[in-house]
Unconditional design. Structure first.
Length: 121
């Protein structure tokens, strides 16, 4: 595996762990944000492996499509994607409950698992 791909996946994993840490601390908005960041970096790692580059975008569904993701992964991305803006802006009306955030963490886990499988194939 290319060193750059490895670095991006390492950061994706660290972001995922940060999401879980925030979840355990009941910081659900932050946890959701770090899940989005984790998935974004994982998709970019896969694009680096395939094309040696990636677009400077944050939309998980677009990144998933660029990686030829199956429908299930696209659906998960559509659920995680709003966390990018909802968690960054104080005027966002979105609040995350423990249950919602727990689901986002599970979605992120599934995305990471799929990306890792693709990286190793």
């Amino acid at each position: 595996m290319k060193e750059e791909v490895r670095r991006w996946m390492k950061q994706a994993q660290e972001d995922y762990e940060t999401a879980k840490f925030n979840f355990d601390g009941k910081k659900y908005k932050s946890a959701a944000f770090w899940c989005q960041q984790s998935a974004e970096k994982a998709f970019k790692a896969l694009l680096i492996k395939k094309t040696n580059e990636f677009p400077r975008i944050h939309d998980l569904t677009k990144l998933a499509k660029l990686n030829g993701s199956p429908l299930r992964i696209l659906e998960l991305c559509a659920k995680v994607n709003p966390a990018y803006t909802a968690s960054r802006y104080p005027d966002s009306p979105k609040k995350y409950t423990k249950k919602e955030c727990g689901q986002i963490i599970k979605y992120c886990e599934e995305v990471l698992k799929w990306v890792k499988k693709k990286l190793n194939s």
